[in-house]
Design a protein around this ligand. Sequence first.
Ligand code: 3PG
Ligand code: CO
Length: 546
Amino acid sequence: MSTTTTPGVRPLVLVVMDGVGTGTGDAYDAVAAAATPQLDRLRDTGIHLEVAAHGTHVGLSSDSDMGNSEVGHNTMGAGRIIPQGAKRVDDAVRGGEIWEGAWQDAVAAATADGSALHLIGLLSDGNVHSSWDHLMLLLDHAKSDGVTRLRLHTLFDGRDVEDRTADRFAARLEEALVERTDGTDLDWQIASGGGRMVTTMDRYEANWGVVEAGWRAHVQGEARPFESVSKAITTLREETPGISDQLLEAFTVVDADGEAVGPVRDGDAVIIFNFRGDRAIELTRAFVEGDGFAGFDRGTVPDIFFAGMTLYDGDTNMPPVRLVQPPTITDTVSEVIARSGMHQLAASETQKYGHMTYFWNGNRSDPFDAETETYIDIPSDQIEFDKAPRMKAAETADYVIKALEEGGYTFLRSNLAGGDMVGHTGNFEATITAVEAVDEAVGRIATAVEAAGGCLVVTADHGNSEDMVERDKQGQPRTSQDGTPLWKTAHSTNPVPLYVVDYSGHRWEPAEGVEAPGLSNLAATLLVLLDLEVPQDYRPALIAPA
Ligand code: 3PG
Ligand code: CO
């Protein structure tokens, strides 16, 4: 071991199995269907608890809200329940705060002669990246504030809501526009769109080409032309039967002369109404960054007023203008550990890298102490994840194992992305493979932790792969007309497992009387395992010395 190891403190390793919750064990539970000998071994050797990872347990509005990786990692790292996403913006909407400030500036720009207000965002009621209700309220206020020219740029979901519902959401939006514009001279139209995984909503700079496709469609009006959004959806579906909403090609709506109905022009106002930052930040940067922008060739950048729904990146202050201010999360667990001088490692493949760093650290990208913290970003494959479902599980384990062998780090955290990312494809067989790769990686890490005399904690940020079917209100699986299961691509509201195995000889038992154990109890649990003081406002640890 190198000399930087804090004397007397064994390494503590956290593995987050992204999207691997605890399901019913029925025929649609890819975790139960997978061979997971390593997880079974942990369950038998250490402490096994189940913790809540959805709804109010992670700061969302209601317990019908499924968990997601952003709020899951925020909550795990914060050790407290922080009001999140939709809830935070909802509060601002209810309090009226949102309609002051930046919204007024957007309206002022959009109501100047000939200008337009553009609303760009995810069109669904998934409540993970955007909210249907927020969009409707934006339309209401645009109307009452006198916005006469309004253009919508709609991204299809199929990932946080039932797949193949893009047509329904588009129709609902068309109706909402008619309701507000009928009998008026308002010129409000849907101008462009596309499936979120190929249009605009890339994250962590995994594939700027996705953002470029969105830019061409929304800003330049140069994507494949269609007379309407519904025509675009029908045609693209006919061309590729069974295609998921997330993959529908970017398009632009054109008028009878073939002219794009709503490119972004100088003087316009543009609002991204997604409240979640990870998949909104790249398009934001394309709008607000100067000549140094290197994502793709933007062509002529229109001179516009830009606002995001809220702050997407605290370190780079992006976007500089937003409708709702974000919460500040301080004293996150890695900040507390950094203050103690212990060395920390964070390793993840690109798809969840920001979750393990930025969201884990309370929406902050940089280490608290660059001297003692190392972040490792393992490039994700740039293909659909069910085509290579093992993802980078083995490579991520390699980094953790190497760091353990070399010594020097006291707290090592990593994320294995497969259960979630492959779960989002709705491909049951591939998801089983993904979970098996996660299991193998956990097993290899466990062996290395044991060899180092360390302590291993394994949990997940939310459920997904353990429930792969759409269900009716009674919880019964739904099928398509031909009787095949209606595969689910979204997360779940299931609890997630928490395993603690200490190979150092310290003995632990579950703490008694912890109310509603959830992800917010993880940070205190880690600090207790590291023998560090738990901040007073943290939710309590789930284990105690035996
Ligand atoms: C996504 O962004 O891929 C989904 O909407 C949510 O996934 P995540 O919360 O697991 O990142
Ligand atoms: Co996910």
